[in-house]
Write a protein that binds this ligand. Structure first.
Ligand code: BGO
Length: 271
């Protein structure tokens, strides 16, 4: 049986360059079902049983752009065996916003920090050991353009796909958010495989209409959950979606402080 690895990342992070390096001429181009967004798949070089699916470049798994909807529908319905998340190492802060959401899906993730040739040229460093610890996934430094680290990243993606080990997200939200997420999981998601529950719970907390419609939650349960979400919003004096976004950025701020070493800032920095 073949394994499927999704290639996910922000626009301009080097995804096409990496996809070409990983697949060579073994590519098939089509469209995602029902939309005119291009879908590219290819056989992974050196792993005849592995298919790489190139997802549209996205900044988030929210439901607001066609690309985000296409990418997340693939991830939650097809559930690839692994996600190879390509991150622009010169723009870690912005790129990690997507990564924090990918690791919540319960699909094994390998983070490939790209553009390391540029990072090195600038005299900067990324502490990949810390990054791996804080994200809860393996991290590989690569340069898709120069070809460095690319084979290692692919091999690691194949290994986690074959191991089928579940991802354990390292990040916890504020107490009242976690409390509400636990309620949502118990009330709506308990029949779903455990590793899939967290991403859905966060989306329900955010009142993501596409997810709510997909799950077809009975009205009485929806009302009960809404009371919990509202109580949390009152406690945090913010709306649910902003609470999640803000907390992601706080988490990313901590990661940047622990993982980015900028030459021009004299050591660890938050920028
Ligand atoms: C141009 N290192 C460096 N230095 N550049 C990289 C790397 C890397 O590891 N990986 C990718 N790039 P895409 P998306 C370009 O096209 O793969 C470069 O959107 C140019 N083009 O070569 O397209 C890559 O698929 C003229 O750069 O990204 C490309 O994710 C001048 O990053 C760009 C300079 O890569 C985006 C660069 C006409």
């Amino acid at each position: 049986m073949s394994i499927k690895i999704a290639l996910a990342g922000n626009p301009n992070c080097g995804k096409t360059t990496l996809f070409n390096a990983l697949t060579g001429s073994n590519q098939f181009v089509g469209n995602w079902p029902g939309v005119t967004v291009e879908k590219k798949e290819g056989k992974l070089k050196g792993h005849s049983d592995a298919i790489i699916v190139d997802l549209p470049g996205i900044y988030s798994l929210s439901p607001y752009t066609l690309e985000e909807v296409v990418a997340r529908n693939f991830l939650i319905t097809e559930r690839p065996d692994a996600i190879l998340n390509i991150i622009d190492g010169t723009n870690l802060e912005r790129n990690l916003y997507l990564t924090t959401q990918l690791v919540e899906l319960g699909i094994p993730v390998i983070a490939a920090v790209n553009m390391m040739d540029v990072v090195a040229k600038n005299g900067d460093k990324v502490n990949t050991a810390n990054l791996a610890k804080e994200l809860g996934c393996k991290v590989v430094e690569i340069s898709a353009l120069k070809g460095t680290g690319v084979t290692e990243a692919a091999d690691k993606a194949v290994a986690v796909a074959n191991a089928r080990r579940r991802m354990i997200p390292q990040h916890s939200f504020e107490g009242c958010v976690e409390h509400t997420l636990a309620h949502i999981e118990e009330a709506v998601l308990h029949e779903m495989p455990e590793e899939q529950q967290r991403w859905y719970a966060i989306k329900i907390f955010e009142r993501d209409e596409k997810v709510m419609a997909q799950l077809n939650i009975p009205a009485d349960i929806q009302k009960h959950i809404e009371q919990d979400i509202k109580a949390c919003e009152d406690e945090m004096d913010d709306d649910a979606e902003s609470i999640i976004t803000n907390e992601r950025y706080v988490y990313i701020g901590t990661i940047i402080k622990d993982c980015c070493v900028k030459k021009n800032k004299g050591g660890m920095t938050t920028s």
